[in-house]
Design a protein around this ligand. Sequence first.
Ligand code: HEC
Length: 139
Amino acid sequence: MPNPVFALLPLLFALSPQQKTTAPAPATPALTVIPVAAARMVNPITPTTESQAHAKNVYGIDCAMCHGAKGDGKGDPGIISDMSLTMMDFTNPDTLKNRTDGELFYIIKNGQGKMPGEDRAKDDEIWNLVVYLRSMSKK
Ligand code: HEC
């Protein structure tokens, strides 16, 4: 016959409250993690002269103040310094070469770091912005 106290021990451990493990908050917010499925999305649109003219217009209103009218990262100096932004140069073909269209779409739609997301735009408009950004390094 086993001692009843020993028989109950595992049960006591099972019932004891679990240790709370709260990871310390990171000092700087991590970069947006882009879901794999989103990164693999293929650009479904065929850009037209009109849709690209529209993208250029949207870019001028919503993006140029930070990214610069030509995409060279030379946006409004006041905004860049007030927000301490480090801008990249989209006119350099190397800047976006390792990004998939799906990643660019995701970043433009949801924002990243200090960049706000273009969440009110229609998906077609965002895909056109992706095409427009890529065209900035082709001139
Ligand atoms: C308030 C300034 C600001 C505005 C407005 C803004 N961006 Fe950005 N954008 C940034 C900053 C800063 C980064 C870098 C973010 C990071 O990596 O922390 C960035 C990153 C990006 C990237 C990611 C590049 C990469 O490879 O990581 C893309 C694409 C982009 N912006 C496109 C756009 C488009 C298109 C618009 C307009 C719809 C826009 N941005 C509006 C500040 C801005």
